[in-house]
Design a protein around this ligand. Structure first.
Ligand code: CA
Length: 252
């Protein structure tokens, strides 16, 4: 949770709510932060900078569209409640008309999450305030990895170490828990690998079905739930697969 850090000493000139502060070097991954709460924006910017990103802040929707067009970011962090004529949903809609750049919504309330999901605006993920900056950075990196991965289809890792003693081996098509092999059915293995490759991302049941069973699979979304139940049983408590309400699943 950021609340304790937000009350800290991050300086901000309140007379200038739209700030753009590029770093000296120009080779880093550009991220645009659209957020009218300067404490949150500054904290997110701090974390992005620390990890080598090149953040630009903007605090209203109209200016956000200009900055996005000008800077061509690799990722947009988008608050929903913004001052002025355009809120975050309007900004998303407008960006999506011309671009597939990944967007992570910064939502303040559950009903905003409902709106993001209900409108199917093409958000790639969302975090709910107050959020942990570390969690946000994990999401940012996961989404950028996936965006990069789209250029290398079929690149399945040989071995994925999920921690807590769980290892998924793509070459041997098996999972081990604390070194002991776990018998997985073909689809269970495919599902485990798919979740491992997309670790940190909230995946819908439809995405999982398309990715594991194939886009032309005709079946019930509950198929995913059944296989998830099996995986959880076989891989145990160390398998940190979260149910994401209204979405599907996310492997942490
Ligand atoms: Ca806001």
């Amino acid at each position: 949770m950021v609340s304790s850090q937000l009350s800290g000493t991050l300086g901000h000139d309140m007379s200038d709510t739209t700030t753009e502060q590029p770093t000296a070097t120009g080779t880093e991954t550009v991220v645009v932060i659209v957020e009218d709460d300067p404490n949150i924006a500054d904290l997110v910017e701090l974390y992005l900078r620390r990890d080598g990103f090149r953040p630009f802040q903007t605090a209203n929707g109209k200016r956000a569209l200009e900055v996005i067009a000008e800077r061509q970011p690799k990722l947009i962090l988008l608050d929903i409640g913004l001052p002025g004529d355009l809120d975050g949903l309007d900004v998303c809609r407008s960006v999506r008309a011309t671009s597939n750049v990944p967007i992570i919504f910064l939502t303040a309330r559950d009903d905003e999450v409902d709106r993001v999901l209900g409108l199917e605006l093409g958000a790639d993920d969302y975090v709910t305030k107050p959020f942990s900056p570390r969690e946000l950075m994990a999401r940012v990196k996961a989404i950028l990895r996936r965006a990069d991965g789209l250029h290398e289809p079929g690149a399945e890792p040989a071995v994925v170490d999920l921690g807590a003693g769980i290892v998924i081996s793509g070459t041997r098509r098996e999972a081990t828990v604390n070194g002991d092999p776990v018998a997985l059915a073909m689809r269970e293995f495919d599902l485990a690998m798919y979740l491992a490759v997309h670790r940190g991302l909230a995946l819908s049941r439809r995405q999982i079905l398309d990715g594991v069973w194939g886009a032309d699979w005709i079946g019930d979304d509950r198929t995913v739930d059944v296989h998830v139940r099996q995986l959880r049983k076989k891989l145990g408590d160390g398998f940190l697969l979260e149910t994401v309400w209204g979405v599907g699943y996310r492997l942490d």
